[in-house]
Every structure is written in structure tokens, then in C-alpha cells.
Ligand binder design. Sequence first.
Ligand code: HMG
Ligand code: MG
Length: 303
Amino acid sequence: MTLPTHVKLVDVGPRDGLQNEAQPVPAATKIELVHRLQAAGLREIEVTSYVSPKWVPQMADNAEVMAGITRQAGVRYSVLTPNMKGFEGALASKADEVVIFAAASEAFSQRNINCSIAESIERFRPVVEAAHAAKMKVRAAVSCALGCPYQGEVSLDAVDDVVARLQDIGTDHIGIADTIGVGTARRVQAVMERALKRVPLAELSGHFHDTYGQALTNIYACLELGIHTFDASVAGLGGCPYAKGATGNVATEDVVYLLHGLGIETGIDLNQLVDAAAFISTALGRKPVSRVANALLAKRATA
Ligand code: HMG
Ligand code: MG
């Protein structure tokens, strides 16, 4: 078994992380977070979402945040877009990439985007076309691929079906998401092996929430299959407003520590990443939800 030599991490903290914050987070704080992430070496950052502000008020400052970022060459800034209205916002803000998000569970699709899986695919179709016409990449997230907060079990066939439909409309990249963090390693491998029958290795990624403490193990299980792109969230920020009880994404610091320990390159400076985690955690008035960040911050304090 050979593991990948290089892994690409997408920090989704500014979007997936902060979307769930009940307290208002000023746009300036979000912008500073993005700046700190790029300074730490992140080359893909999911900045915000162009969704209904009635559904997710925390992301209502999307245009202000996108306009406020000092862009760095070589960094890709992505945004979530559920429909053409969202895409128009993404285009106006000059996002590099749009992320469409379908679910492998009908119940979650209804709660999250107020339509069936089939209807969501039809809404995404023109988004993919318009994005490609504008030379933007399209990433797709498949939510609830390892379990659903409303319907429980999600079958391998259900995930495969959504992956096939997203491929059919021309999506460039597929992210398999464990929205509520219930998956375990062998099941994750089974889902990924099935997806790899349709999606090239370089265009398949994992998005793990750490609710049941399985995220790092699940990432390792993906590495065993050669998968080398993962979403993670600085300071372990987040959760999903439509998945009650789900904790944040796996912390980027924890993933970087694992990968560097395995001799896998990420291009990320762990110390600067911990600075970013400390910055946003202080702004939110709590400690990072990252074992690594807390360990390194404690070590610094005693040094
Ligand atoms: P709807 O109410 O069915 O939409 O919501 P509609 O088309 O009937 O429009 C209703 C109103 O919303 C209209 O305004 C539209 O203009 C407006 P009004 O005339 O009433 O004033 N509207 C919009 N406004 C701003 N941006 C838009 C937009 N679209 C319509 N794009 C909709 C459907 C999809 C809009 C809504 O359900 C929504 O915004 N959902 C987003 C939910 C969300 O963001 N969830 C979290 C992200 S997913 C996630 O975190 C999972 C992920 O991380 C992977 C994982 O972990 O699984 C990706
Ligand atoms: Mg998520």
C-alpha cells in the first residue's frame, strides 16, 4: 500500500464553518481569516455561499467578503451556489469556482434546499453550463453520503445514483460528504470505491465532519485508496444549520499534523495555520475545536 505523496486541502472554514455561527461575525473578520489561511499556504479556500439570506443569514455578506479579499496568485476562491441566482452572485464576485450541493438523501435535500434530488439536479444543470461558459470550475458536494439526520441509513446505490447524475450534467469534481460525521472507515472506503468507478482519482475528494470522532480515520481510509483531496475547516469550525447535532468539519490543523507525520506534503505551514485558528477562535470567544491547535497553543504558552 502506498499513500499519496502530496495532498491538497480545501479550507471550508469561512463558509461551512462560519455559516453555522449564531453570533454575527463581521465581514472584516471573515476577510482576515481568508488572508490568514492563504498566508498559511492554503491554495483552495471556500469563502462564502450565495444562498438565500433568509435560510442562512450568516452568509448574507457574501459580496462584501468576496470584494474585501486581497487575492493571492495561485489561490482558488470558491463559493456555494444552489441555483442560477446564486451563480449570478458568484460570477459578479469573480469567484474562481462554484460548488453545487446535492444530497444522497431525499429528506435532507428537502430540508436543506427545499426541493427533491431530481429537482436540484435540474437547477444545477444551467449553473454548470453557465460556469463553464465563464471558465469557472464546478465542484459538487454529495451531502449525507454516509448517513442522514432525517432518514438514517443511506445506501451505496443512493450515493452512486447522485454521483452519476452530477457527472451527467458535467460537474468537474465530486466531493463525498459525511455531513453528520457518522461514517466509519470500511464504509467510507466502500462509498469511495464505488465513486471511483465513475470519477477520476484526481477529481474525487472527501469532506468529513467529526461528530463521532471518525474524521481522521476516515481520511486515512481514503488515503489508502489514493484519494488526495480533502475539505477541512480551520479550528474545526462549523456544522450544518440543517443537520442538527452535527459538529464541525475535521480541523485543518489536525489533518495537516496527520499528513506531515506520514511524510505527505501539503504546502501548509502548521504554525501559521494555528495562528489562523487562534485568530478566529478568539474572535468567536472560544477555544479551537482542534486537538493539534490546542496542544501547540499550550506548548507555545509554556515556552
Ligand atoms: P426557496 O425558498 O425554495 O427558493 O429556497 P425560491 O427559488 O422559491 O426563492 C425564494 C426567495 O429566495 C426569493 O426571494 C428568491 O429571490 C430568493 P423573495 O422573492 O422571496 O424575496 N433566493 C435567493 N436569494 C439569494 N441567493 C440565492 C437565492 N435563491 C433564491 N441563491 C434555496 C431555495 C436553495 C434558495 C434555499 O433553500 C437556500 O438558500 N438553501 C441553502 C441552504 C444552505 O446554504 N445550507 C448549508 C450549505 S450545504 C452544507 O453545508 C453541506 C456541505 O458542506 C457538504 C456537507 O457537509 O454535506 C456542502
Ligand atoms: Mg459540510
